[in-house]
Design a protein around this ligand. Structure first.
Ligand SMILES: [Zn+2]
Length: 139
């Protein structure tokens, strides 16, 4: 079974569109009140939904068990917030793609907080956040 991530689909679609427009340049003057490039870019989702509906493509979550390193796959229909390795039954949490992870710092009293950074999760639930350097966090 081949696995292709959504990000890879998006990258391939972008590359394909660029190559197609290079070979077949724009003819005439398209309406300017519509963002045609964005419309075409977003048509990928509709295409993937139709492939999924026809069961040509299956959507799910692939993850590697941290304990036994088995590569698990969970179909979208059975995806739950807590996963279990198919081999060793090790529990794991499902990722949250597109979620914002916020970081707050508490003041000395611990009653007030301030947002110091945030990161957006990718399809694997990973995020990157740049936090300010605090020379003396106790102050
Ligand atoms: Zn396992």
């Amino acid at each position: 079974m081949d696995f292709v991530s959504y990000d890879d689909h998006k990258t391939s679609w972008k590359t394909y569109r660029a190559a197609c427009w290079a070979v077949h340049p724009q003819q005439g003057d398209p309406a300017t009140d519509v963002d045609w490039d964005r419309h075409e870019e977003e048509s990928l989702d509709a295409c993937l939904i139709e492939l999924r509906r026809r069961q040509i493509m299956f959507q799910g979550h692939r993850w590697t068990c941290r304990k036994c390193h088995h590569r698990n796959w969970v179909d979208l229909a059975t995806l739950a917030s807590e996963l279990s390795c198919q081999v060793c039954k090790q529990p794991a949490q499902a990722p949250v793609a597109g979620a914002t992870v916020d970081f707050f710092a508490l003041d000395a009293s611990g009653t007030r907080s301030v947002l110091i950074g945030s990161g957006l999760t990718n399809a694997s639930g990973q995020y990157r956040a740049v936090l300010p350097d605090v020379p003396a966090p106790a102050n």
